[in-house]
Design a protein around this ligand. Structure first.
Ligand code: DC
Length: 233
């Protein structure tokens, strides 16, 4: 098996709305692994920074603030909850405004430094599915399994629009396409840990695939990997 005590590290990177969270949750359930939604951690950090009114243009203030943040992910009956400095922020971090703010703060070095460390700590024992933008490139470049999950902008925006309208958010499809495009730009053009497919990641385009189809492919590849690692011992 892997040199990690609890299993392998599975990285799922890709742009927003590609279905990473759903797939990561289902994959983790199938394998008996823990899901780590790193986007939720960046969202929680954005929430705390905004609530405290920290000046985002002052790197020292951001660094000082980030050295004292505590973000915890928990899973209760299959539902992920996010706790930031003792406060349950699970629902508040999912608004379109928070998405854009998160994209902005995730460019900042002190924010990334603080979250990188805790993500590496959370995943170091293995037996985890981490999803984000830089898992296979920066957080766990040595992950045993790496996927890059993408879909066309229109398809990702359509999915996000449906999700938001189901929650009762007053959004338009055109507005959602603009938001998704802007977040793609911010996430892939930033200097530190930009959204990028790792050279050794397996690309999966989910535009024309169902969740079940994507999941079946990934489960098969992960199990094959685990078997080949076991038999090479
Ligand atoms: O996956 P998500 O939409 O919840 O992510 C929210 C934002 O956090 C997204 O704009 C990019 C950022 N993010 C990041 O920079 N690095 C990660 N590993 C995960 C998310």
């Amino acid at each position: 098996m892997s040199s990690r005590p609890d299993g392998i590290v599975i990285a799922i990177d890709g742009p927003s709305g590609a279905g990473k969270s759903t797939i990561a949750r289902l994959l983790a359930e199938r394998l008996g692994y823990i899901q780590i939604d790193t986007g939720a951690m960046y969202r929680a950090a954005a929430f705390l920074l905004a609530r405290a009114g920290v000046n985002l243009d002052d790197p020292a203030a951001v660094e000082h603030f980030c050295s004292n943040i505590d973000i915890r992910l928990d899973s209760v009956s299959g539902r992920q909850s996010v706790c930031a400095n003792g406060l349950d922020v699970t629902d508040q971090i999912r608004t379109p405004e928070m998405s854009l703010l998160t994209s902005r703060i995730s460019k900042l070095k002190p924010v990334r430094k603080a979250l990188l460390k805790s993500q590496q700590r959370m995943g170091s024992r293995g037996g985890v599915v981490l999803e984000g933008r830089d898992i296979g490139t920066v957080v766990f470049p040595d992950a045993e399994m790496k996927f890059y999950l993408s879909a066309s902008v229109d398809e990702r925006a359509r999915r996000r629009f449906e999700e938001l309208t189901c929650k009762g958010e007053a959004v338009t499809l055109a507005g959602t396409i603009a938001d998704v495009t802007e977040r793609d730009r911010q996430d892939s053009e930033r200097d530190i840990a930009p959204l990028r497919q790792a050279d050794d990641a397996i690309p999966i385009d989910s535009s024309h695939l169902s969740i079940g189809e994507v999941l079946t492919r990934m489960v098969t590849m992960c199990r094959n990997k685990m078997e080949s690692m076991e038999s090479s011992l």
